[in-house]
Ligand binder design. Structure first.
Ligand SMILES: [Mg+2]
Length: 243
């Protein structure tokens, strides 16, 4: 692990987590602010690296597009359950919708009962946020465990003050693999930047491919570099201005 971020090959592909990486985490997911530098640097990277810039997030696709508008990048949303490739085509499995619906119905009463909990429903996954109710972490965990016991096609993905339920076999590492099979990403050295435990799957894939894995802020990680958001943006701007 080192803290000085290196130069990268000109044939690199960039993969960014969204919350806690491109934007600072907010008390409620809809309250994040996208600083102007974020769009600026994503556009510059995309120009310099042949369009090989992707977002890989637990968020729904529409939410990411809304935050980054007018930029529309290749995006793996909902941890890769829903993916838009660089041509704009969507890839997702409708078969997961039923289990997600059942999980949503099962968790709704808990959220109604406890103000501050947020149940975020997506196309083929959902998130139970307890950032405003850390006292309820154990109750939330018990509830999602019950739901998964009833719906074994779903798995729990713990994040920062959130439990996500997503289809088994879907994770950010698989999303990176899928994106790397296609132009303009194919054949490039992958660079993944993320801040949360869910990003470790992607770090693993990128490390195995000889790429660069960058962990933002604290926490155990298998990433080979660590920095904070300030260090990340300084590095990115250095990459796009020293060309
Ligand atoms: Mg994150």
């Amino acid at each position: 692990m080192t803290n000085t971020l290196p130069d990268v090959p000109s044939a690199s592909a960039f993969f960014f987590d969204f919350d806690g990486t491109l934007v600072a985490i907010a008390p409620r997911p809809e309250l994040v602010t996208v600083e102007p530098e974020v769009r600026e640097v994503l556009e510059a990277l995309s120009t310099q690296y042949g369009g090989a810039v992707a977002i890989v997030t637990g968020r729904p696709l529409d939410a990411v597009d809304g935050f980054l508008t007018p930029i529309k990048l290749a995006t793996a949303a909902e941890h890769g359950s829903v993916r838009r490739d660089s041509t704009g085509s969507l890839h997702f499995d409708e078969g997961n919708a039923q289990a997600v619906e059942a999980a949503y119905m099962a968790l709704a009463p808990l959220v109604e009962e406890h103000p501050g909990l947020i149940l975020e429903r997506k196309r083929s996954s959902l998130s139970l946020h307890y950032r405003q109710r850390p006292d309820l972490a154990a109750s939330c965990e018990a509830a999602v465990r019950d739901v998964v016991a009833e719906n074994p096609s779903l798995v729990i993905l713990p994040g920062k003050m959130v439990f996500e339920l997503k289809p088994e076999g879907v994770d950010k590492g698989e999303a990176v693999r899928a994106i790397l099979k296609e132009a303009p990403f194919k054949g490039r050295t992958p660079i993944f930047i993320g801040d949360d435990v869910t990003d470790e799957h992607a770090f693993e894939v990128v490390n195995a491919l000889g790429g660069l894995s960058i962990k933002i802020d604290e926490g155990d990680t298998i990433a080979n570099y660590r920095t904070d958001r300030k260090g990340l943006f300084e590095w990115l701007f250095r990459l796009v201005t020293h060309s």
